[in-house]
Design a protein around this ligand. Structure first.
Ligand SMILES: *[C@@H]1O[C@H](CO)[C@@H](O)[C@H](O)[C@H]1NC(C)=O
Ligand SMILES: *[C@@H]1O[C@H](CO)[C@@H](O)[C@H](O)[C@H]1NC(C)=O
Ligand SMILES: *[C@@H]1O[C@H](CO)[C@@H](O)[C@H](O)[C@H]1NC(C)=O
Length: 261
């Protein structure tokens, strides 16, 4: 073990033991800028500048997952060309469990969380509108509870198929894997599982695959399964779906596969 490793362990131990004195200020300016429709934003601060000054196609959905290192998280809408029919939302997503939501509507207002992870979702309405700039700053103490996904991927293709782990190996213990289906071309999709090999149990209390659809402005659980039971085909009205795979500390199996079109 080198000195850096020892130092890091000491820092983590202090940060998780009790409220510590290691408090970090916000960055003066966002250190990361994201302009894509969706993605994984892993930074102490960031600006999500999506189609700023440009048009957003009707029905477009985008999902960004924000992972900040510190536990005081502040979002601030700097500029917005969004209209009444558009929904820009924040959803608490600690441990990949959907939680408290904000509707981000007011330019200049602060929307705060006391821990990460946070999903940022845009659902454009029926008519074409202009983009926005949303800034995120984190500060305070190290956020021990956030992140920790064993896998995170976003699929932007209009249709496709994927498998997890998909590398010929079984999945691992203590996984939290998050797979986002977010076609960059607007419109509803149907998500169909083609394979399931996950440790089975009554109530799927050990390992589970849960399918969420983004509908009515939030994440709606459509199915939660394990064993070899295929979830029913799920209609993703907005096109946006999230597959969350959680496993416990023992017994692994082959995983699962699905497609969307
Ligand atoms: C997020 O950033 C931190 C610090 O740079 C890094 O240690 C960590 O591996 C990153 N996590 C992911 C999932 O990329
Ligand atoms: C947010 O918007 C939804 C409609 O998309 C509405 O049902 C909900 O009440 C709003 N929440 C708040 C806190 O204003
Ligand atoms: C938002 O938070 C920042 C940083 O704490 C503060 O400077 C600003 O005044 C707040 N804005 C509002 C409208 O409360």
């Amino acid at each position: 073990m080198n000195t850096l490793a020892v130092f890091l362990i000491v820092v983590v131990a202090v940060a998780t033991a009790a409220p510590s004195s290691i408090l970090v200020d916000e960055d003066p300016m966002p250190v990361t800028t994201v302009t894509t429709c969706g993605g994984y934003v892993n930074s102490s601060s960031a600006a999500i500048n999506f189609q700023l000054g440009g048009a957003i196609p009707a029905g477009q959905v985008c999902l960004w997952t924000v992972q900040a290192p510190y536990d005081a998280i502040r979002f601030n809408l700097k500029e917005s060309g969004l209209g009444m029919g558009d929904n820009l939302k924040l959803t608490r997503f600690i441990g990949a469990t959907p939680g408290y939501q904000y509707n981000v509507t007011e330019v200049g207002a602060n929307y705060t969380y006391t821990a990460g992870t946070v999903l940022v979702t845009l659902e454009a309405g029926a008519s074409s509108t202009m983009g926005f700039s949303l800034e995120m700053y984190s500060s305070g103490d190290l956020d021990a509870g956030g992140g920790g996904f064993t896998h995170y991927s976003t699929h932007l293709e209009a249709s496709g198929a994927t498998a997890y782990p998909g590398n010929g190996q079984p999945y691992r213990d203590n996984e939290i894997a998050v797979i986002i289906v977010s076609p960059s071309e607007a419109g509803s999709r149907t998500l169909t599982f083609t394979g399931m090999d996950v440790e089975g149990s009554t109530g799927c209390i050990y390992d589970s695959v849960e399918v969420f659809a983004w509908e009515m402005g939030g994440l709606s659980s459509k199915a939660r399964v394990c064993g070899s039971e295929l979830p029913p085909p799920t209609v993703l009205d907005s096109g946006l779906g999230i597959i969350i795979f959680k496993t416990d500390s023992s017994v692994t199996a082959g995983g699962f596969a699905f497609n969307w079109m």
